[in-house]
Design a protein around this ligand. Structure first.
Ligand code: NDP
Ligand code: KPL
Length: 324
């Protein structure tokens, strides 16, 4: 089974190192100093129980790697549409694309059924780049739970978690999903195949939609912004608006908003990924995490006053910093 991880930074590097260490036929697409370091010295993964260096096949040119059984995309959401043409050499007749990207996935309305079947989302797939360039039938959904960081070129620090939930857009336990789940499990990762992957996407998204922009606006860590009465209320209102949208789309939340906020507070003094991006001068994932939910609000005819307000503030914050 040939697996290529496209965008092998923090999450893709973590997954790639685990797979390589387990002897999988895995290759990584990366770039710049991180790629150079991985090629020269291997990929060093620091985990709680020690650190190891994996020898990895890595390139910035997909043509070096050829058609794959699975392409696992672990780029930031806004980085994917522009590279779809460059990814084509990785795609053969039976290639599965696994979308390991936070936010509302571009394939959301594929095989959902109902009146909105096939709806495209401009915020996450401008110009239908992925819908047309990959084709939605190739897609296997994925919710990424681990936290990791590239701490220097060629070095990934795993922070916590090892679950990558997988799910077909139509909810089936397909052979391709089960085979990838097995390969990831052989590498010590948890990869359950879920019948309702969209339900899991929304529980994760609840946090990213609200905690991430609030942290970028306030520079507060999760424990603080989830317990401060003012920002907690803003997060709560955003989540309630999102819940109304999601429920119109058939999602069933296994927990309530207050439990999700409590879970965020329990993560502790974490600087969200959007705050880290702002601090480090990297483009912010505003469209995928916040704009996409506003777009779904429009699609479902659901008012999103709090989401609109926070989105306008964080978008301007991003623009002023030159990161959006
Ligand atoms: N990190 C985390 O803890 C978590 C991240 N996620 C989600 O996972 C996804 C990936 O995040 P993360 O791993 O943090 O992101 P990273 O930025 O660490 O990884 C993406 C990598 O892809 C590289 N890249 C970008 N464009 C190209 C290109 N055209 N060709 C080759 N390589 C390219 C980047 O290089 P460069 O640095 O040069 O841009 C970077 O090394 C995001 O959607 C994120 O929200 C989800 C849960 C937790
Ligand atoms: C905020 C958190 C922990 C999820 O809610 C996250 O995933 C992030 O930092 O991007």
């Amino acid at each position: 089974m040939k697996i290529c991880i496209f965008g092998a930074g923090a999450i893709g590097g973590y997954m790639g190192a685990k797979l390589a260490e387990a002897g999988a036929d895995v290759s990584l697409v990366a770039r710049g100093p991180h790629l150079k370091a991985m090629r020269e010295n291997g990929l060093r993964l620091i985990e709680e129980n020690g650190e190891r260096t994996a020898n990895v096949v890595a390139s910035d040119d997909p043509a070096d790697l050829g058609p794959q059984d699975y392409v696992i995309v672990t780029l930031k959401a806004h980085s994917v549409p522009p590279v779809v043409p460059k990814m084509q050499p990785l795609i053969g007749e039976n290639t599965t694309i696994v979308s390991g990207v936070n936010g509302v996935p571009w394939w959301y309305f594929h095989k959902l059924g109902g009146a909105l079947e096939g709806t495209r989302l401009e915020t996450v797939d401008p110009g239908n780049a992925q819908w047309d360039g990959f084709g939605p039938d190739r897609v296997l959904g994925c919710v990424v739970y681990p936290a990791a960081e590239v701490i220097e070129p060629g070095v990934v620090k795993h922070i916590e978690g090892n679950r990558f939930s997988l799910g077909e857009p139509d909810g089936s336990k397909s052979e391709r999903a089960l085979a990838l789940s097995k390969a990831l499990a052989s590498a010590g990762l948890r990869a359950p195949v879920r019948p309702k992957i969209r339900d899991e996407i929304w529980v994760k998204l609840w946090g990213n939609l609200s905690f991430n922009p609030i942290s970028a606006l306030t520079h507060a860590t999760l424990d603080v912004l989830c317990t401060d009465p003012g920002t907690q209320a803003v997060a709560r209102n955003m989540m309630v608006e999102a819940q109304e949208i999601a429920e119109k789309l058939g999602v069933k939340f296994p927990i309530d908003v207050d439990r999700r906020i409590k879970g965020g507070a329990e993560v502790g003094a974490h600087r969200t990924s959007m705050l880290q991006d702002l601090d480090q001068g990297r483009p912010m994932e505003i469209d995928a995490l916040v704009g996409s939910v506003q777009e779904l609000g429009r699609v479902t005819g659901t008012p999103t006053p709090t989401i609109d307000t926070v989105l306008s503030l964080v978008a301007l914050r991003g623009r002023v910093a030159g990161l959006y």
